[in-house]
Design a protein around this ligand. Structure first.
Ligand SMILES: NC(=O)N[C@@H](CC(=O)O)C(=O)O
Ligand SMILES: [Zn+2]
Length: 428
């Protein structure tokens, strides 16, 4: 017995059309896609005209396990992913211990098999303990199933170490995923360096702290032939640098978060400066930077949206602004936020936005997902494009509460998510 999804509207990623469609799922695969499929003998769900999209992929998620289970676990983080329409997430290695060995890569796969609600693809660290002192065994990480290397959370300060990591990664055809931050320029900053930080008397992180490192790593990527993937791009110069790298034909790709597409540094001005729920790294920057990120997304310079889902405990986020940890949760609201703010306002077409969550990350990271077709893995999400709902923490599956979007009314919520043929989320 299979599962038939009746009366959906399948989004055509080429034309943007929504076409009346039924889908039959058998085991972990899509068995049939047609206008009418006979439901007898199968379990059937009536989709009532809702949109059928490929399951989303998020290449930047902090699941916090092992070591920081008070913030999140693989179980709660992947449940949040499923609620957000995600069927694949890539998890960051800044855990305790840091995911810097083949054994720890194995631990992520094993724990996901037992407790996960989506596919989890782990990154391995570039340096042992993310300390920036000694390279990991990159070949062994890849052999264990790491899908890329990154020291996310911190930048690799040593240029010679990054050069060597890229040489090795290039020989292994493994993406080098960079958190671009010059620690010397970023120093003790807690928000964007600019008019607002000056007005509030808070130490700032200049956009340059990001863009100088991106410039360095583009040069190193050209020399070594490595695939460079730029995380959470936030600054106008950074977008220009990635555009330039692409124009040279380099293997350079980039992601942007919903918060860098939608917010400006004024969120810290308008709210209590002590509210660390507004604190994230890289910081939310100026309207000029926001516009540059949006333009980059629209013109293809930025390949994909990634949430940088970074849960912290309420206690940690209640600390004074300067000492509280950086990070926002994002998995459960990323798509509806951008659907509401960018698609409904006519700034991007629905199918173009959906590509940034599906086929683009799949292609960049060579993951066999992101397309609904017969024979493919049954990873999909059903989205209600009409119903408006408010962002409330009570509904969160994540342990995190740290988002600046609380109370916002948004549309485009997933109502059913299926990962490898299995229902991983069902809402209303
Ligand atoms: N983005 C954040 O503000 N925080 C991330 C680290 C990171 O992605 O750089 C975290 O691990 O908390
Ligand atoms: Zn980062």
């Amino acid at each position: 017995m299979g599962l038939v999804l009746k009366n959906g509207r399948l989004l055509n990623l080429e034309t943007g059309e929504l076409q009346a469609t039924d889908i039959l799922i058998a085991g972990d695969r899509i068995e049939a896609v047609a206008e009418q499929i006979e439901a007898s003998g199968h379990e059937a769900i009536d989709l009532q005209g809702k949109a059928i999209l490929p399951g989303f992929l998020d290449m930047h998620v902090h699941l916090r396990q092992p070591g920081f289970e008070a913030k999140e676990t693989i179980e709660t983080g992947t449940a949040a992913a499923a609620r957000g329409g995600f069927t694949t997430v890539a998890c960051m290695p800044n855990t305790r211990p840091v995911i810097d060995s083949p054994e720890l890569i194995g631990y992520i796969y094993e724990t996901t098999a037992k407790e996960g609600s989506c596919t989890v693809l782990p990154y391995g660290a570039i340096t042992k303990g993310e300390l920036g002192e000694e390279l990991t065994d990159i070949a062994a990480l890849k052999a264990a199933g790491a899908i890329g290397i990154t020291d996310d959370g911190v930048g690799v300060q040593s240029s010679s170490m990054m050069r060597e990591a890229m040489r090795i990664a290039a020989s292994l055809d493994l993406p080098v995923v960079i958190h671009s931050e010059d620690e010397d320029l970023a120093k003790d900053g807690c928000m964007n360096e600019g008019v607002v930080s000056k007005r509030l008397g808070l130490p700032g992180i200049p956009g340059l702290a990001e863009s100088v490192m991106i410039a360095r790593d583009i040069l190193l990527a050209e020399e070594t032939g490595a695939h460079l993937h730029v995380c959470h791009i936030s600054d106008a110069w950074s977008v220009d640098l990635v555009r330039y790298a692409k124009s040279r034909g380099l293997k350079v790709t980039a992601e942007v978060t919903p918060h860098h597409l939608l917010l400006t540094e004024e969120i810290i001005d308008r709210t209590d400066a002590q509210d660390a729920n507004m604190k994230v790294n890289p910081p939310i920057r100026t309207e000029k930077d926001r516009q540059a990120c949006l333009r980059g997304l629209l013109d293809g310079t930025i390949d994909m949206v990634a949430t940088d889902h970074a849960p912290h405990t309420e206690e940690e986020k209640k600390r004074p602004f300067q000492t509280a940890p950086f990070g926002f949760v994002g998995l459960e609201i990323a798509f509806p936020l951008l659907y509401t703010e960018l698609v409904e306002t006519g700034q991007i077409a629905l199918h173009e936005l959906v590509k940034k969550f599906t086929i683009n990350p799949a292609n960049v990271f060579k993951i066999d997902r992101g397309v609904i077709a017969v024979g493919n893995v049954a990873d999909l999400t059903i989205v209600d494009l009409e119903a408006e709902r408010t962002v409330t923490v009570e509904e969160f599956k994540t342990k995190g509460r740290n988002t600046p979007f609380l109370g916002k009314k948004i549309k485009g919520w997933s109502v059913l998510t299926i990962n490898q043929g299995r229902i991983t989320y069902r809402g209303n």
